[in-house]
Write a protein that binds this ligand. Sequence first.
Ligand code: PLP
Length: 310
Amino acid sequence: MPTPTAFFRGQYVPLEEAVVPVTTHAFNYGTAVFEGVRGNWNAEQGELYIFRLADHIARLRQNAKILRIAIAQSDAELVRVVTELAQRNGYREDVYVRPMAYKAQSVIGPRLHNVSDDVLFYLIPLGAYLDSAAGISCMVSSWRRVDDNMIPARAKVSGLYVNNSLAKTEAEQSGFNEAILLNADGHVSEGSGENIVMVRRGALITPPPQDNILEGITLETVCQLAAELGYPVQQRSIDRTELYIADELFMTGTAAHVTPVTSVDRVPVGDGAIGPITAAIQRHYFETITGRSGHREWLTPVYAQAAVRA
Ligand SMILES: Cc1ncc(COP(=O)(O)O)c(C=O)c1O
């Protein structure tokens, strides 16, 4: 089995050697942006497919711009780094890649300018994050989602995830699987690591970016797949009480895939079972990410590329 490997300070190193000093700006002030990318294992094909890698790299660069983080490498170089990292790690199971662009300098004082930057990548094996087979219970969090004028949710800033962590811990310690955060004006925003989609009268409804969501790549994928299956998709604000009367509800995310929500605040969603539209979308999504249906343009095969290079 190959050694777990990270890409750190421009080199592939053993994962345990990828460590930053305690004085690092990002560690002290949360000044980093990150991504989560999945590699999905297809056992019959003996292939690991990285999902929408170029889109994750593009989002990392966009978010680095918000935090005034300069990324020295081109997008194409970063795509190559992630692919090679996956090859070097050699896992034959589902994996999760963590790209990060961060304020790397050891310097005191919160600011974004005049602090030097770097990128790092690591990869871990990761199976199910939430129970996407059985569905999950959610609570509406007492914590409100941060506003774009406070810390922009779209930017996937490390420090912002304190907001998500407060909500997730409250939910789990109250006996739920996941939190749903409302924004400052009381509209549904998202989960602690997932976007949210409601099904009402046969249509998919999901909050717009202005409700302080991360503009999810899985969400965009699911909206496209849903349209292909013939379901209309609408982006508009969602009231809290609509969660209680939705026909179906599900969450989307790189880690969470498509996870049905079967209750909110102990109120069953629909009749409490996984709904037919959620099930159809979930099936189509899993076939797509594991290379069993169309949209090959979203997939980066890891081992086929290694064979081509060898
Ligand atoms: C807060 C939050 N919302 C939504 C998502 C889903 O985004 P994506 O589908 O791009 O992974 C994530 C996970 O990345 C997240 O952390």
